[in-house]
Design a protein. Structure first.
Lengths: 327, 328
């Protein structure tokens, strides 16, 4: 195993981040069933190692664009959990001021350039952001996240091709959670492994165990570093699994309980806990402390969201066009 | 005669039509095993098999493009776009290819295809699950655009769309799916003609032109106003391209006042076409300015309930608007 360079505090922080996502999502699910959250709501439960492992490997100036399964991305990038929860509840204090909701978080202050509800819609945007990075000579990488289902739509292929032709600093991160709603890669994709598609565009591409935080983190660090050095795009496929349905509206009848149970045995949080315990980093006492503070943080976020005002209807026409003098 | 929801009617009609006509195939995302996210194709794959009910990859452009190709070679494809908001990757195939085939081949080739599209807001779908797309497609000659607002029309228009030799966009309001119920005769293959509006409620004071969920709300508003002595004529426009201008003009010849309601954005929305028809061909009948009550001119239906509610017309707003028009 690789000699870790992270300090003990950082490793504990990764644990904390994963727990925060898990508890936040469970709370979101509960609020959805109680009708505080409406519409469509997609959770990161099961994907915590991929989310935290990948995003923690970015530098402070790197950009992230993602899809609608992005609560965890916002939390890991440092968005205030209260502001994220408030968005889910459609409040004025939400990261998108209640206009976007669960699928459309936007928090440029924390470098999250959006969750997008049109599958594949964000991928060309990442290419363009990287174009500007290149033109302006910035030292930045654009991380573009999407599911394996998204690799079947045209925008994905157009984007990989152009990123390679122009040699742009994008890390395409395919979160392969085995299902695009009800369909598996075996049913919907000509090739079962998404890395194959990147290889077709002559892009360096590798797979990583998305249930193992340190594996994901190491692979991401390595790829991001290569991108910084060469300025060229790369592709990473994280093999993971969503423990919940596609969205809160999905009962998940297309998969067996047995399959779900097998993956749950590899729960990314438990795996990481075992590692931390083996390394003597995490004690039972410390774990309880962290868990309690996470619970409290989620409670606070929920309370904040509940107490926040709804957007003012008088502001409906705001943000349609630039107002006087605004850029 | 059975009382059914819109969604049940659409599903049952698809099933009957597939039994009747072997050239019909259904394709789309999760339409097979799962039966579609709204259940419109539930059980069809079990009965008709994977060759006729195809779960496709996530790729709208080729879902529609492949349907066009299959229709050119003797099939009658009914592709499903999961939500209207996702149709735009297929826009090119629909507008540049499907709509032009008959024209470019001097009538030698046609595209007998029905694209089913759940549309509309009111379900907290926010930016990408609430859209109205009728105006984009009604603008294109070569396409037909229909949108039923009750189960009877849902069955009748779907059959007409299937019988039609040209491409038809069949728009289904997703909030109406389970909200609107109505009687549907069994065992009879009735149709509702494309190109004909219908007076769903006769009245003498004000004409309301609407379609989709807004038609349902308009009927409710008419009921309320009737108790106040205002008799509203509610016209279900239901086929946008071709548009039944005659029925629209006849109605206003009777009432002299027109309100157009739709949830798509006001500017360049379909209501503008109805208004233009009234002004150019029904000017002498008008006793009041033509009014439009529409979705607001903001880029998308917002998520927050208060904002979404203000964006969309509803029963209350329609009632108030008619009241004020009646008093003009
Ligand atoms: C263009 C488009 N088509 C269809 C959909 C509906 N839809 C939303 S998510 C999804 C599955 C996507 O699967 P994947 O890319 O693997 O990501 P996951 O949801 O599994 O994270 C589908 C079909 C959409 N949002 N946009």
């Amino acid at each position: 195993m690789k000699v870790r360079t992270e300090k003990k505090e950082q490793l504990l922080d990764f644990y904390r981040q994963m727990m925060l996502i898990r508890r936040f999502e469970e709370k979101a699910a509960q609020l959805y069933t109680q009708a505080y959250i409406g519409g469509y709501c997609h959770l990161n439960v099961g994907e915590e190692a991929t989310v935290v492992g990948a995003l923690s490997a970015l530098g402070p100036d790197d950009y992230v664009v993602s899809n609608y399964r992005e609560h965890g991305h916002a939390l890991t990038l440092g968005s205030d959990p209260g502001a994220v929860m408030a968005e889910l509840l459609g409040k004025e204090t939400g990261v998108s001021r209640g206009r976007g909701g669960s699928m459309h978080l936007f928090d440029p202050e924390h470098r999250l350039y959006g969750g997008y509800g049109i599958v594949g819609g964000q991928i060309p945007l990442a290419v363009g952001m990287a174009m500007a990075v290149q033109y302006r000579g910035q030292d930045r990488v654009v991380m573009c996240l999407f599911g394996e289902g998204a690799t079947n739509i045209g925008a994905f292929h157009e984007s990989l091709n152009m990123a390679k032709v122009y040699r742009l600093p994008v890390l395409f991160l395919c979160v392969n959670n085995q299902y695009a709603m009800g369909s598996t890669p075996n049913e919907a994709s000509a090739v079962p492994e998404m890395v194959t598609k990147a290889l077709a565009y002559d892009m360096p591409a590798e797979q990583v165990d998305g249930m193992d935080l340190l594996e994901v983190r190491d692979a991401t660090l390595r790829n991001v570093e290569q991108i910084r050095e060469t300025g060229e795009p790369r592709f990473l496929e994280a093999i993971t699994y969503r423990f919940r349905g596609h969205s809160m509206a999905d009962a998940g009848r297309y998969r067996t309980q047995e399959e779900l149970r097998r993956w749950q045995e590899r729960d990314p949080i438990n795996t990481f806990v075992r590692y931390l315990e083996d390394e003597g980093v995490l004690t039972q006492e410390l774990r309880e402390q962290i868990d309690a503070s996470v619970e409290e943080e989620v409670e606070r976020a929920t309370q904040f969201a509940m107490d926040s005002p709804a957007p003012d209807v008088a502001d409906l026409y705001k943000y349609v066009y630039a107002e006087d003098g605004q850029q | 005669m059975a009382v059914k929801t819109m969604i049940q009617t659409i599903r049952d009609t698809l099933e009957e039509e597939m039994r009747r006509d072997e050239s019909i195939i259904v394709l789309g995302e999760d339409v097979g095993l799962a039966g579609g996210v709204f259940g419109a194709t539930k059980g069809l794959q079990r009965e008709f098999g994977e060759l006729r009910v195809m779960d496709t990859p996530l790729a709208e452009s080729v879902i529609v493009g492949a349907a066009i190709g299959a229709s050119l070679n003797g099939l009658k494809p009914i592709p499903e776009i999961q939500f209207a908001d996702f149709i735009h990757p297929a826009f090119d195939q629909i507008v540049s290819e499907a709509a032009r085939f008959r024209y470019r081949s001097n009538g030698a080739w046609n595209v007998p295809m029905v694209i089913r599209v759940p549309w509309g807001g009111g379900i907290h779908g926010a930016l990408y699950h609430s859209q109205s797309v009728e105006a984009f497609f009604a603008h294109v000659p070569g396409l037909k655009v229909v949108t039923p607002s009750d189960p009877y029309d849902a069955a009748g228009l779907l059959r007409s769309a299937i019988d039609d030799p040209d491409p038809v966009m069949y728009l289904e309001h997703k909030k109406a799916y389970r909200l609107v119920r109505g009687e549907v005769p069994d065992g009879e293959r009735f149709t509702v003609p494309i190109g004909r509006a219908e007076v769903k409620r006769p009245g003498r004071d004000v004409s309301v032109f609407a379609y989709g969920l807004m038609l349902y709300y308009s009927l409710q508003a008419a009921e309320v106003l009737s108790s106040e002595g205002v008799e509203v004529e509610v016209v279900d426009v239901r086929t946008l391209q071709p548009l039944d201008r005659e029925t629209i003009l006849e109605s206003v010849a009777k009432t002299g006042k027109a309100l157009i309601v739709h949830e798509d954005n006001l500017t360049c929305g379909f209501g503008a076409e109805i208004a233009a028809t009234l002004v150019s061909d029904g000017f002498d009948s008008l006793d009041a300015p033509v009014r439009r009550l529409c979705g607001l001119d903001v880029p998308a239906v917002p998520y927050a309930s208060a904002l979404e509610d203000s964006f969309l017309p509803d029963m209350q707003k329609i009632t108030e608007e008619i009241r004020s028009l009646a008093a003009y």
